[in-house]
Design a binder for this molecule. Structure first.
Ligand SMILES: *Cc1c(COP(=O)(O)O)cnc(C)c1O
Length: 366
């Protein structure tokens, strides 16, 4: 009974390499659930890519990545005063991020831990970072810490000119404050923006930190499937599920993949947004069925939920008149990889794919 990720390894490998070639000094980001692939797998892939540096989200993620990668590990989460008091031992070169002025001052004290750090500046995202107005005061303490560069975490969409301009403004203010640095670690600049920045700043080493654009560059190189555990006919108006909704009849399919796997935590993943969920709910309501389209597909169309998503399985309805899947058959599932957990990862050439037109759903039987 497994919710399975199947990776077509040669093609996935090639897609990651092709993406990496667009960013010559790329720093692969390996955090959270490892973008669905697992952090260890991404660490080993980074070794195969031959990069010198990767980034993890938190200190707790260092150990798992170190198992597959010997190079430099940058921790993206800013170091706090509290963490400075209980640093965990690490092996190899680890660079921490500092995003608060008081932490910079503390690191500059003579008996503070000897850490190599990146100074993160506030950006249009406004998640973390010291203010540009604080730089003048920080230049002196920064001169006595091991500074591996400056970081900026930028928006991924929206006003690009504004995002790029924020980088140039920051570089200007850093120089005006006489902060010495030679590397800029940036997130979410595209290949063209990086090239233009490189041309404008030939003496600066620019290190793009990329996760999604690398690991999930080509979604056709992996498949997620649930396994059908049960498929039984239900008569018209039979009440089913926790919620005892009355369906119009058809075949009730129980498939692996529930909230514990990340299923049902979103409407319909990569392909759809909130709009699709709402549309589905409205459509369902209009048909008197009430449940939204699920991320599971059968015969190239999306199946509707027959109930709220359970912890490890989903209950789906195949409308009357449609040939239902048999027990043991696999249904493709369009998950959001960054929130998904799998029972099993199979590395193989791709499963024979079912043709799927995004948006196609089996209408609720009536
Ligand atoms: C997660 C993260 C990234 C990678 O983001 P993607 O959108 O997955 O490429 C880059 N920089 C920082 C600071 C992050 O937290």
């Amino acid at each position: 009974m497994t919710f399975t990720l199947t990776i077509d390894e040669p093609r996935w490998d090639a897609s990651v390499r092709t993406a990496a070639e667009q960013f010559p000094t790329v720093v692969p980001v390996i955090k959270g659930n490892g973008y669905g692939f697992g952090r260890e797998r991404l660490a080993r892939m980074s070794t195969r890519l031959g990069v010198d540096t990767v980034a993890v989200g938190t200190e707790a993620e260092i150990a798992s990545v170190r198992e597959g990668f010997d190079g430099t590990i940058v921790v993206l989460a800013p170091l706090t005063q509290e963490e400075l008091n209980r640093l965990h031992p690490t092996t190899g070169r680890v660079i921490r991020t500092v995003a608060q002025a008081d932490v910079v001052h503390r690191l500059a004290e003579p008996n503070s831990p000897d850490l190599e750090v990146i100074l993160e500046l506030d950006s249009p995202v406004h998640r973390h970072g010291v203010q540009l107005a604080e730089l003048a005061e920080l230049a002196a303490p920064l001169s006595s810490v091991r500074l591996a560069g400056i970081a900026m975490h930028l928006p991924s969409t929206g006003d690009r000119a504004h995002a790029v301009k924020s980088v140039h403004t920051a570089l200007y203010e850093l120089r005006r404050a006489r902060v010495e640095f030679d590397t800029l670690w940036v997130s979410h600049l595209n290949a063209r923006e990086l090239r233009e920045l490189g041309e404008a700043e030939p003496r600066l080493t620019v290190r793009p930190r990329v996760g999604t654009g690398l690991w999930l560059a080509d979604r056709s190189t992996f498949t997620v499937t649930g396994t059908v555990l049960d498929a039984r006919p239900v008569p018209h108006r039979e009440a089913v599920g926790y919620r005892q909704r009355r369906l119009h009849g058809g075949t009730l399919v129980v498939v692996t993949g529930g909230t514990a796997h990340g299923v049902g935590l979103q409407g319909s993943s990569a392909r759809g947004g909130l709009k699709d969920v709402l549309k589905g709910a409205l459509m369902g309501a209009a048909h008197g069925v009430g449940w939204t389209p699920s991320p599971f597909r059968w015969a190239g169309k999306r199946l509707h939920y027959a109930d709220v998503v359970h912890m490890q399985v989903s209950m789906l309805i195949v409308p009357a008149g449609v040939n239902p899947p048999a027990v043991g058959e696999r249904l493709n599932c369009d998950v959001r990889m960054t929130i998904s957990t799998f029972d099993e990862v199979v590395v193989s050439p791709a499963l024979p794919g079912q043709e799927f037109a995004p948006g196609a759903t089996f209408p609720a039987a009536s």
